[in-house]
Ligand binder design. Sequence first.
Ligand SMILES: C[S@@+](CC[C@H](N)C(=O)[O-])C[C@H]1O[C@@H](n2cnc3c(N)ncnc32)[C@H](O)[C@@H]1O
Length: 228
Amino acid sequence: MRDGYDRWALVYDHDANPLPALEEPCVRAALGDVRGLDVVDLGCGTGRHTAWLAEAGARVTALDFSAGMLERARRKVAAATVRFLVHDLHEPLPLGDASFDAAVSGLVLEHLRDLGAFFTEVRRVLRPSGQAVVSAMHPAMFLRDSRARFTDPDTGAIETPGSVRYRCGEVVMAAVRAGFALEDVGEHAPDAAFARRYPRAERYVGWPMLLVLVLRAAAGRPAPTPAP
Ligand SMILES: C[S@@+](CC[C@H](N)C(=O)[O-])C[C@H]1O[C@@H](n2cnc3c(N)ncnc32)[C@H](O)[C@@H]1O
């Protein structure tokens, strides 16, 4: 999967993918004013959210396991208020407890094997009442046989870096069990005007393409995860 993302990095910002375009305004609106906040961007990719956060006045820590993605992000974001870390999100975060005001993770969830462990780590690094905004390709897209994919610029082949088929309930409950209160569960579909700008979205007009969870670190201890 990491190799796939290293190669996707070459075209990620230019492949007219409708999902980031649909996602971006939702995530920015949910985060609101980030001036002066400590924010962690988990699976930052080429730095789409990191760049905006830094420009908006946040101090950002951005993590990704793909050297190719991080190289692009570093080129894009030169701000001294950003630090990039190579990190596999399947491992505990190399970050202190309660060290961030907010966390963002854009379109990464479908690549993670253990959502419970992921959300528990996000909860751990957030300060009391910290906010997490987590977006994902909507699980309903799996019903249309869709998943993260790109066209390899060298071979022209369609590549799929590897996705886990989650259900909405599994994603939401993983967050709740990790100690988050739900502030919003956004399910977003493209409309015809959006599809004119992003033709790859045409076949999904009116179909939920995007899930955005807006979460608040709840007081108290996370609920235990039930045995499988
Ligand atoms: C679809 S891209 C999204 C990038 C960026 N968040 C955005 O929204 O533009 C998914 C990102 O997750 C990263 N990723 C996938 N699995 C990961 C893992 N186990 N640990 C760290 N990063 C991972 C990939 O390298 C890639 O940069």
